[in-house]
Design a protein around this ligand. Structure first.
Ligand code: SF4
Length: 339
């Protein structure tokens, strides 16, 4: 198939964002990233990709299920409302163009720029298995991912701004060396995004590996059972004991899911033992089930038609490739490799 280099909304500012393929997504992914993608897709020219090479930089020994994880995740993107007519969806490993740009950028990027990334040393000290060339080079691969689409913005949390800064430095150095009169690679801006960090069933950060997650596609029964068995303020041993939402893992979920009236009711009734914990959890269960209902419906349709999901990714990948190839032609030309 062929695809035009023009994306559906090319007059809009382009943003790029990726997600590692972790399989079916949970509510933490939705509130931490997907909700923001949904907002961006109607205002920007969005390129969203499955960062499967990035996953290999830290989990290179775990090959199992990677394909299923990739497509399960894309199903959740689509189920949440990511619209392939508005956004370009693709898989990183289907784009060898990223690897070529990574290689070319690597020639002029001082290794000290990568070694000084704040999290790099910490992570390698904690886990020697990460002392690989791939893990060191990961921010440069990320730079290639961004620069190959000439993205103007990259949505990031506060802890990720150093990666965007490296991308900007890499672009600046490339432009200075190879195209000083007409910069080829624009420096992207970090789009600091407002996201809610959802805590898990135990009050810690929600994550699949910690076993404290509610999946986006959990059934209503599973959601009810997970919430009803959540621990609460340890001071509330009996129904008549007053509690404090500040010490209860249920409260952060109310802060995301409940309106002002419900939150005021929880505060007052918990502190006066006016309600039991199951009463308190009821509106939360209902709010989560209501949020999930359209996702589950859309996901069922997609799971019944896997070819459709593959086709969506195929179209997005070819659309992305047309843009990536154009940038690579310019880059090769600037370096003197246009033969
Ligand atoms: Fe937690 Fe609600 Fe029980 Fe208070 S009433 S301890 S906030 S579950």
């Amino acid at each position: 198939m062929s695809a035009s280099a023009n994306t559906p909304s090319q007059t809009r500012e382009r943003v790029l964002s990726g997600m590692r393929p972790t399989g079916a997504l949970h509510l933490g992914h939705y509130h931490g990233a997907l909700k923001n993608w949904l907002r961006l897709q109607s205002t920007h020219d969005c390129f969203f990709f499955v960062a499967d090479w990035h996953a290999l930089t830290t989990h290179y020994q775990q090959r199992e299920d990677i394909e299923r994880n990739v497509y399960d995740m894309v199903v959740d993107w689509l189920a949440a409302g990511i619209d392939p007519e508005q956004a370009t969806l693709f898989i990183q490993s289907r784009m060898p163009e990223h690897a070529e740009l990574f290689t070319l950028l690597a020639m002029s990027t001082p290794s000290s720029w990568l070694e000084r990334i704040p999290s790099y040393k910490d992570q390698v000290e904690r886990n020697r298995e990460l002392a690989t060339y791939g893990f060191l080079g990961y921010p440069l691969l990320q730079a290639a991912d961004i620069l190959i689409y000439k993205a103007a913005g990259v949505p990031v949390g506060e802890d990720q701004t150093s990666h965007v800064e490296v991308t900007r430095e890499v672009a600046r150095r490339f432009n200075r060396i190879y195209s000083p009169d007409a910069p080829i690679l624009p420096e992207p801006q970090a789009l600091l995004t407002e996201t809610s960090r959802l805590t898990g069933l135990d009050g810690q950060k929600m994550s699949k590996s910690a076993g404290n997650a509610i999946a986006m596609r959990d059934t209503p029964e599973v959601v009810e059972s997970k919430i009803n068995t959540m621990p609460t303020d340890p001071q509330r041993v009996r129904r008549g004991d007053p509690g404090d939402p500040a010490h209860c893992p249920v409260w952060p979920l109310h802060q995301v899911y409940s309106d002002g009236d419900t939150r005021a009711w929880v505060q007052q009734a918990c502190k006066t033992a006016g309600i039991g914990c199951l009463d308190c959890k009821r509106p939360l269960i209902e709010a989560i089930q209501k949020e999930q209902a359209p996702w589950r419906e859309r996901a069922q349709e997609l799971l019944a038609d896997p070819k459709k999901v593959h086709w969506i990714v195929e179209v997005g990948t070819e659309r992305a490739r047309a843009v990536a190839r154009k940038t690579l032609r310019e880059v090769r030309g600037a370096i003197g490799l246009a033969y």
